[in-house]
Every structure is written in C-alpha cells, then in structure tokens.
Design a protein around this ligand. Structure first.
Ligand SMILES: *Cc1c(COP(=O)(O)O)cnc(C)c1O
Length: 215
C-alpha cells in the first residue's frame, strides 16, 4: 500500500474522537507531501532541526507535533510555529517553553509525558511525580503554556496485557485531572499498539512506520 492509501485507511478506521499524528521522522518531504495530499494535516517529528527544515518547505496549514525528547536550548527554534509539544517531562522545560512562547506573543500547547513503561530507557515523569505536579498546579505560574493533557509510551513488548495495564494507568491519571485542567488530549498508541491505546481512552495516536514504512 502507498502512503496515501495508508493515510486514507487510518482516516477511515480511526474513531472520530481520535486524531492521527503521522510520524514522519527521517522521511523526505516528498513523503510528507504525499500524506498531505491525501488529507493528512498533523505530523510528528522527534528532532527540532529536522522539523523546522520540513516546516519551511511544506504547506503552512500543517500542524507540527514535537514528539521527541526536547533539549531546553532548542525550544526557541520551534516556538514560532509548533502546534503541540508532547514530551514535556520537567519543570525547567515548561519554564523555557513559557519564555519562548512569550517572546513569540503566543500560547504553546503541551502535554505532560508520563513514564508508564517498565523499561528503563523511556523518558517521562514517573506517575507519582506527575500526580504531584498536577495536584500542585505548578503550571499555573506559566501563563503562556497550556497543558492539554498527557502523553505516554507503553513498553515495547508482545505482552498485550502489560501494554493494556500501562495505558490504563495513564488513563486513570488523565481522568483524575480531566476537569481541573479541561484536558482534551491523551496521546497514546503507536503503529504496534494503537488499537489497545484506543480501547483505553486515547484521543491521539502517533503512527509512523505503519504509514511511511520502516526507518
Ligand atoms: C517514532 C515514534 C512514534 C512512531 O512509532 P511507530 O512505531 O513507527 O509508529 C511514536 N511516538 C514517538 C514518541 C516516537 O518517537
């Protein structure tokens, strides 16, 4: 299947309540253009420089999602245009996003990345720390940052029950603070586990290799 056929397939099978972020990291702009022409508007990248180069070359109505780990000193490059920063996992980064948003006279949407996987390698705030962070309303001190919800990555495993349990844990946290923050985005699910994520409340899936092929 071609890129455009994959895009059309996902637009058809995903529930209306779920936004598809097409993860285009490492792929050439021609691949993104093909997806765009098939109706895709949300794209996810994990490197700020690569995202910025693509943003300059592609249609301006694309919504750019930074899904990778963000170095504080690079926030300024995406601050003028980024639509949603998924992997915010520390206060220092919130402060810098707020500062750069202010410099650009805008509000920047973010998600708090919560560590739900049992693996050691994944980024994200541990669940108990995330709970404190949300409870303490720390984010209220940063008016140019808008917290839209949570993001999580499940373990890379064949064990579907484990994946489901990890998605349940982030959904529980999401529900607990849903009203307080007027959350509308739970970013969970990738090529291999998006259907489990949707069963557990995902409103945004990040799908790369199943659309654009392996990297
Ligand atoms: C690369 C990446 C994805 C997409 O992964 P696929 O398995 O290719 O769908 C999703 N989320 C994050 C954070 C990623 O880095």
């Amino acid at each position: 299947m071609s890129i455009s056929e994959h895009i059309k397939k996902y637009h058809e099978i995903l529930p209306d309540s779920v936004i598809l972020v097409a993860v285009s990291k490492t792929k050439p702009v021609s691949d993104l253009q093909e997806a765009y022409d098939a109706g895709q508007r949300d794209f996810g990248e994990n490197k700020i420089q690569e995202m910025t180069e693509k943003q300059e070359q592609l249609p301006q109505d694309i919504k750019w999602h930074m899904i990778g780990h963000v170095q504080t000193n690079k926030v300024k490059y995406m601050a003028p245009y980024v639509s949603l920063i998924h992997a915010v996992d520390r206060l220092k980064l919130v402060k810098e996003i707020n500062r750069q948003a202010e410099n650009n006279n805008r509000t920047i949407n973010i998600l708090l990345q919560v560590k739900i996987a049992q693996e050691e390698t994944k980024f994200g705030m541990p669940l108990d720390q995330a709970e404190n962070f949300l409870q303490n309303n720390t984010i209220a001190n940063y008016p140019n940052v808008r917290l839209k919800g949570l993001m999580g990555m499940a373990s890379f495993t064949e064990n579907k029950e484990q994946i489901a349990e990890e998605f349940r844990s982030i959904k529980k946290l999401y529900d607990r603070f849903y009203t307080k923050y007027e959350f509308d985005t739970l970013s969970t699910g990738m090529s291999g586990d998006y259907s489990i994520a949707i069963k557990h409340g995902s409103t945004m899936v990040r799908i790369g290799s199943a659309i654009f092929g392996s990297r």
